[in-house]
Structure formats: C-alpha cells, structure tokens
Design a protein around this ligand. Sequence first.
Ligand SMILES: NC(=O)C1=CN([C@@H]2O[C@H](COP(=O)(O)OP(=O)(O)OC[C@H]3O[C@@H](n4cnc5c(N)ncnc54)[C@H](OP(=O)(O)O)[C@@H]3O)[C@@H](O)[C@H]2O)C=CC1
Ligand SMILES: CCCCCC/C=C/C(=O)O
Length: 505
Amino acid sequence: MSSETQQIDESRDEIKERHREAREELLADSYDHYIGGEWVESASGETFETRDPTTGEVLAEAQAGNGDDVDRAVEAGWEAYESEWADTDGTKRQRLLTEIADRIEENRSEIARIETLDNGKPIREARADVALVADQFRYFAGAARTHGGETIPSGSGQSIQTLREPYGVIGAVVPWNFPLLIASWKLAPALAAGNCVVLKPAEQTPLSILRVMEEIDDVLPDGVVNVVTGYGEEAGAPLTGHSDVRKVSFTGSTAVGKEVMKAAAENVADVTLELGGKSPVVVFPDADIQQAVRVMMLAMFYNTGECCTAGTRLFVHEEIYEEFMDAFVESAEGLQMGDPLSKDTRLGPKVSEEQVERTLSYVDQAREDGARIVTGGGQPEDDALADGCFVVPTVIDEIDHDSEPVQEEIFGPVEEVFAWSDYDEMIERANDVEYGLAAGLITNDLSKANRAARDIEAGNIWVNQYNDFPAGQPFGGFKQSGIGREQAEETLDHYSQTKTINMNL
Ligand SMILES: NC(=O)C1=CN([C@@H]2O[C@H](COP(=O)(O)OP(=O)(O)OC[C@H]3O[C@@H](n4cnc5c(N)ncnc54)[C@H](OP(=O)(O)O)[C@@H]3O)[C@@H](O)[C@H]2O)C=CC1
Ligand SMILES: CCCCCC/C=C/C(=O)O
C-alpha cells in the first residue's frame, strides 16, 4: 500500500547522480579488515556488498570475515595489550583519546556523509551523531585520568586497597542504526579503561568505522583497535564466543542479545548488552499540545524510527486526545521525506529492504487485527523515492495492547497511540511489555512527572524532551532491554575488574 507525503522537488535521476558523485568522492570500491594495524583480506577470500538504501546501488565491497579472521584479530589485540597497551597510564590514554576526537572533528563532514550514504539517515542527524562521537572520546579521555580503586578501612597493621584492572581484549558487536555512535559508546570506555578491542560492525553499515580507522591508524599502537567486518553468524558469533575475549559488549536485538549472552557464558565473560525497546511516552492532560508534538517528532521519528529508545507507545490523556492527535498527525505528515544528503530532509530511507518489509508486516498485522491506521502505513508514492527503502510516517490507534505489533519492536516510523484516564491503569499498561529501555513524560506538573518517573520500569526517563544523550549520562535498560550502562563514569567499571590487595603490614 502507498500513502501521500510531502512532494519531493527533484527527480529520481537527480538523487541517483548526487549519490554516485558522493560515492566517487568519499569511498573506495573495496575495504579490508583492519587487524593489527594492517588492512587485510578475509582468510576465506569472501566479500559482501554494502548498498545505498536511498538508491539501492552498491556503495562498496567489504570483507566477509569468519572465525579465522576473528582469531587473527583477537591475537593481534592480545599482542598489543601485552606488549604495550597494558602499561599505558591514564595520562597517555587521555592524550590518545583526545587525538581521536580531534581527528574525527577535523573530518566530521566527510564522516557524516559516509554515514548517510551507508545508513540512509538524514545528513543533519549524521552530523549530530559525529559530534556526539567526538564528544564521547573527549568525555572518556577525561575519565581515563580519574578511574581508580579505593582504600578500604581496616585495622592497624593491615592495608586493603582495590585496583581497577582492564580485561585485556574486549569483543564489541554493533548494529546499523547508529553505526559510528554506538561503536564509540564501546570503543571510548574500553580504551580509556586500558583494554584492546575487536569490533564487528553491522553488515549493512561497515563504512564509517573503517573510514575512522584509516584516519586514526597512526594514533593508536597497532592492534589496540581491530575491525572485522562480516555477517553476524559468521563473524559476530565467533567473536562473542571467543575463549580469549574476556568481555563482550553488544548492541542490537534482544533475540541476538540472548545468543550473545549464552556465547559469553561459555567463557564466563562479562557482558554489556544494550537491547531492544518499546518505550512509552505519556502525555498528561495539562501538557502544552504544541510542545508535546515537538517532543514526539523527536521521540518517534528521529532516525526514521530506527532507534532503540523510540517512544513507540504513546499514552495521551483522553481530555486532550483529539486535539493532540490532530496536531500530531499534521506534524507527522508534514515531515520532509527525501534524499538524506539534502539538509532539508527530516525522514530518510530505512536501512534495507528487509527492514522495510519487517516494518510493513507489523503495520499489515495491525490492520488485519482491526486497528485504525490514522495516517501512513505504506511507502511513498513519489517516483523520486521509488528506488529507496522509504516508509511514510505512520500513526495507528484503536489497537490491542497485547497484540504483537504493540508488544514487539517495529524499528520504523510507526507510532501506536492509546487514550488513558486512570493513572494506575495507564502505568500498568506502560509497564506491560518485556522491555524497559526508556520513557518520556510530557507535563507542566513536575510532581506528576516525578511520581511517574519512579513508577515506570525503564532505565532512562526524559521529561518534556526526548533522545537527549549528553556524554556522562548513564544509558541502558531494565528488564529485557539490557544489562549495564554506557556513556557514563560507571561504564568504566563495566570495562574493568576489581583486584583487591590485602597486606599484612
Ligand atoms: N537495540 C538496538 O539499537 C537495535 C535493535 N535492533 C532490533 O533488531 C531487529 C533486527 O535487526 P538486526 O539487524 O537483525 O539486529 P541484530 O541484533 O541481528 O544485529 C545487531 C548486530 O549483531 C550481529 N549479529 C547477528 N547475529 C549474531 C550472532 N549470532 N552473534 C553475534 N552477533 C550477531 C549483527 O550482524 P549482521 O549485521 O551481520 O546481522 C549486527 O552486527 C530490528 O528490526 C530491531 O528491532 C536492531 C538494531 C539495533
Ligand atoms: C540525538 C541522538 C540520538 C541517539 C540515539 C541513540 C540510540 C541508540 C540505540 O538505538 O541503540
């Protein structure tokens, strides 16, 4: 099914030509793994194609890694750790992480355009990602200087102290929705805490991290960061189950997160898991409607809904339901969909055809179940977008809260709306999913916000705003949304282990 959207004022050929020029300017035809400071082909000789979700055309080839490549990368990580990296102090790590941040900032425009080509996110959002990436390295550059153990009170004649020691080699697997940003959420704290890393990017989006590795090749000692590209089963699984990987950090679906946890359990390796979400946003009756709509554009449609925190279940008080819905639907329909390389575009394509099908199958299921598709529910009719993986902003109501499209993560621009009147019933529903990643509250009454923030089962609560991610703010989920916290000082504890030294003086 197709739906109306904002008119695109350029043709399919013009968009294709712009993307071809950008590809020629920014990308090589083929990319290798980055292992031990060298660019190397896969042991198997296999490669795969990464495609532009705006045009459907091939952007580049990358190496399809397997267990042999992962072995090589883990070995390179340990070699670097034992020969040099384990002995670096916080001062040196701070200097190197700051240098990485500087290099990323110096090349921010190019890196953002590569991210937009590979992922499809609007360039304004890719730029915001890259700024956050640089800041993530700056934040952990500083934190590297402060992270340490403590002295435990003890009797005279005894000294008890703790040290925070790195794990050695960390395995990191990241998804395609924020390819570089999520990579930085793992790399920056892991390096700051003194570890080496083997990272596997998502098969759909390997290019931005490879570009960054080219840029920082001369900054880090060889083998401190290694990137093995490839598919989840073939390269991700050998990494997360590797017997020489002492900690695994994963972001992605809850289903794969469970597999990763089992694989890590084989080696009793520590895990950080940042998994799926089905986050509620509650609009209280006193809320300013225009402000609520502005917050919801960010909560739901940022990154085309491909956001684990997306506020996909919207609870609007019945007193303002109709007024809110009119304004919300008008704003959703007004979002400019189009070429993500254009600065005016607010909604780009989804990352892949597979993701389009997945999103639309949930919408179809909702429709078949008798839900009301208030707007959207399909792909745009505009010929200019016909080659891309576009899905129009979709709003659904009158839908059963127990149904699969509500209980499961859709990961597209699809909002499901519920009217509420009784506070306790609304909270019970808001908590009635297996996830607990984030939530939003929109009200002018901060005592109501405070109460609801405590009642909702989620790791991150935003009040009168959404998707705000300053470095230093802990991020992670309750329930099946994950384990551990990223982006914050406590993250360093997740990337290090305590050693206790008890001395008889
Ligand atoms: N929390 C979040 O931020 C994200 C949630 N999702 C959710 O997951 C759904 C499916 O997306 P999908 O891309 O399949 O997500 P996955 O969870 O499969 O992918 C995330 C990463 O894990 C890798 N991977 C896949 N299988 C394994 C494995 N057995 N062992 C180790 N690594 C593995 C993937 O590799 P490869 O790319 O080759 O598959 C990718 O790098 C989305 O529709 C969305 O609902 C997806 C992405 C991010
Ligand atoms: C405005 C920045 C938004 C960052 C969202 C990060 C989401 C992470 C995830 O989906 O895992």
